[in-house]
Design a protein around this ligand. Structure first.
Ligand SMILES: [Cu+2]
Length: 149
């Protein structure tokens, strides 16, 4: 069976020089959606008793600001350590709580997020924000054209 994540981000499934292979405890893939405010929006939930983010892969179609809302539907307290330019964002997620923050991720790549308390990450509460697109012209190295996948 081919999952949507496998179709859309096949590079997460095979080992290559950029990724370590299929690492994520799989909560599926979700796409951030563009709001009328020009920001991207995403919702990620911790379902009860599964110790994973759902979705565990959030795809941003391009770099920019992501307003992310996190919901903890589990019966344990978790937290969220999130990547953002300048500094990481961090919030507590007590039982049955929700929180919202804005991340700035302006470059393409994979960014990890997780709940860094009580070995949550080791037990599966790890996710990825995948920013699609290409590096802006001004940030490219002065070198010959490279092969593209
Ligand atoms: Cu929203």
């Amino acid at each position: 069976m081919t999952t949507r994540a496998e179709q859309e981000l096949p590079e997460l499934y095979g080992q290559n020089k950029a990724t370590l292979g299929r690492l994520l405890a799989h909560g599926g893939l979700g796409r951030a959606e563009e709001g009328s405010d020009g920001r991207l929006h995403a919702h990620v939930r911790i379902p009860p008793d599964e110790l994973m983010w759902e979705p565990s892969i959030v795809v941003m179609p391009h770099g920019g600001d992501l307003e992310i809302e996190l919901l903890n539907d589990d019966t344990n307290t978790h937290c969220a350590l999130l990547p953002s330019n300048g500094d990481s964002k961090w919030m507590w997620l007590p039982v049955y709580s929700r929180g919202k923050t804005v991340l700035n991720l302006d470059g393409p790549g994979y960014y990890w997020f997780g709940s860094n308390v009580g070995n949550d990450e080791g037990r599966g509460l790890v996710g990825v924000i995948a920013v699609m697109g290409d590096v802006p012209q001004e940030a490219r190295l002065d070198r010959p054209e490279q092969p593209r996948p």
